[in-house]
Design a binder for this molecule. Structure first.
Ligand SMILES: [Zn+2]
Length: 560
């Protein structure tokens, strides 16, 4: 029979070969600390993160939801999990209503500056232009239903500029290593929303001091989405060619985002083409289109995309280490495997996926049996609205009360500097104690702040404590959803640190005597006027966070 209390010295010799905790009920803090060290050393000395990330990035490539590439990645990650000795490795299917394939997207000036190319990228699940079209560039300023009338009959063959060009800070002032950014820059979900005002919202903002989290039930957000749909329908009915949105990133970076709508099928998806435009070109188009009549700005555009009629089956990759004492209680360690398709999906989110595999490798290989089952989940459909993690929560509904925590990594290649506990004040002392060993590797702070926009939010919504790592933003604000999200951006040292943080935390939480408490203050959405005030406050906050107090940890408000 194994002794219940292990000395650190004994641990140092025997760990990774002898099943620990097999019949123990309480682990001494000294033993737990020794275990932390062992885990961190294994992560540091035998890392397979870059090997796995290279395969995902260079050999498989971008992993758009519903694509063959993503299925390849599902199969390959399942193989990795099996090779690492995980149990119950399988793919969990769910359906999306329609698939999408990116085609070519080209535009150039006709008048003025004839022949000069305009850099564009289509939003996901947006249609093409049905051939080459000559279009006039028109500024469209409607912000409410009553504003639409003034454009009636004036938008035939028009390309619409939606919103003023964003102010872009020089990269020399934006990119400061070690700075924790409030959110990625740009027209993606982190910035101005998808073209035509669509998008998944700025989850994680903090209306009126309530705990942050999911925004889809916010009436103001719903109203905004409804108006965006009205605008698309109006523009389409008026014969407009496409909607242009500023990519809002520096130096020619393009972004993409977008999704199918609801449960609609392909035939109902035929909305209006929506394109992101390189900031430099968008700003020029805006200047030109701002000239008084009779000046006109003409361009040529051709976009070819393909809707793939569904429903299409997509998968989450799942594997686990069975708990030694409470196998039917769980800790979920996750990241999303799907990516956007302008580059390789390295930092969003090959990095998180490779870290999840690495945590699986370390904890499985070590022969340390956690008390609870640790389940590793690589979600899909995250980029189109957290579909994979929602499907997981739905499929595992009966288990939800027994999931102690879901922990997600999804802010690129930067170090993990803390956790935001989504308003769950009661967990703060627990996490402060359990993560003490991580201080030595740059893990700084546990806060109650929250963020939205990645898969932990699906667990939070289902009442399960769900957290995303707070990370040093580094270049993530540039790589996020752009053609620059490539393998060369990966930082091995930081990724190893991420695996250390997630592995230690998962093991610690899996070994607690109890499931984490569920108490969470109730969330209230602000009334309209409050929302405006809150927006101002947030802006002030962001400035303060960025400029005056760069050391302060700020949860990215919109990340994945
Ligand atoms: Zn992501």
């Amino acid at each position: 029979m194994l002794p219940r209390v292990w000395t650190a010295a004994a641990l140092a010799v025997t760990l990774f070969s002898i099943p620990l905790l097999a019949d123990s009920t309480t682990i001494s803090e000294a033993d737990a600390k020794a275990l932390d060290q062992k885990i961190m050393t294994e992560a540091k000395t035998k890392s397979e993160i870059i090997a796995n990330l290279s395969h995902l990035s260079d050999m498989i490539g971008p992993r758009l939801t519903g694509s063959e590439n993503l299925k390849r990645a599902n199969d390959w990650t399942a193989e990795r999990m099996k090779a690492y000795g995980l149990e119950n490795v399988h793919l969990e299917p769910y359906e999306i209503p329609v698939g999408w394939e990116r085609g070519t997207a080209a535009a150039k000036f006709i008048d003025p500056s004839p022949g000069r190319p305009i850099l564009i990228a289509s939003a996901g699940w947006a249609p093409g232009t049905k051939g080459k079209v000559e279009a006039e560039v028109v500024i469209f300023k409607a912000t409410k239903r009553e504003d639409l009338a003034q454009y009636k009959g004036k938008l035939k063959n028009a390309v619409i500029l939606r919103g003023e060009p964003r102010k872009i800070e020089p990269v020399t002032t934006v990119y400061q290593p070690g700075q924790l950014g409030p959110r990625p820059m740009g027209g993606g979900p982190g910035g101005g929303g998808a073209p035509g005002g669509e998008g998944r919202g700025r989850g994680g903002n903090r209306p009126a001091g309530g705990p942050p989290g999911d925004f889809s039930s916010n009436p103001a957000f719903q109203q905004m989405q409804q108006f965006a749909q009205e605008v698309r329908d109006f523009l389409r009915a008026e014969g407009a060619v496409a909607i242009f949105t500023d990519s809002a990133k520096p130096h020619g970076l393009l972004v993409t985002t977008g999704s199918w709508r609801g449960r609609e099928r392909a035939s109902e998806q035929e909305s209006i083409p929506q394109l992101f435009v390189a900031h430099e070109h968008y700003a020029q188009l805006w200047r030109l289109a701002s000239r008084p009549a009779p000046a006109t700005t003409k361009i040529e555009i051709e976009v070819n995309n393909k809707m793939i009629p569904g429903p299409i089956t997509v998968y989450n990759t799942v594997g686990e280490i069975k708990g030694s004492e409470k196998p039917d209680e769980f800790v979920v360690v996750g990241a999303h495997l799907d990516s956007w398709d302008l580059a390789q999906g390295t930092t969003d989110n090959g990095t998180g996926s490779s870290i999840v595999l690495e945590v699986a490798r370390i904890l499985a290989k070590s022969d340390i049996k956690p008390k609870r089952t640790i389940r590793f989940v690589l979600f899909s459909g995250e980029e189109q609205g957290l579909h994979g993690s929602r499907a997981y929560c739905e499929r595992h509904k009966a288990e939800l009360p027994k999931i102690s925590m879901a922990l997600v990594h999804d802010t690129g290649t930067g170090k993990v500097v803390g956790f935001g506990l989504q308003g769950r004040e009661v967990l703060k002392p627990i996490f402060e104690k359990e993560t003490a060993s991580l201080k030595e590797i740059g893990f700084k702070e546990i806060t109650t702040r929250g963020m939205g926009g990645t898969d932990h939010a699906s667990f939070e919504r289902a009442g399960v404590p769900g957290f995303a790592c707070v990370q040093d933003m580094g270049e993530y604000r540039f790589t996020h959803h752009t053609q620059s999200d490539t393998l060369d951006k990966a930082n091995e040292e930081n990724l190893i640190q991420g695996a250390q943080v997630m592995a230690v935390t998962a093991m610690r939480i899996a070994n607690l005597d109890q499931l984490l408490p569920r108490d969470k203050p109730k969330r209230e959405f602000p009334k309209k006027d409050d929302a405006k005030e809150q927006k101002k406050d947030d802006k002030k906050d962001d400035k303060k966070d960025d400029k005056k107090d760069p050391e302060r940890i700020v949860a990215p408000k919109r990340i994945g």
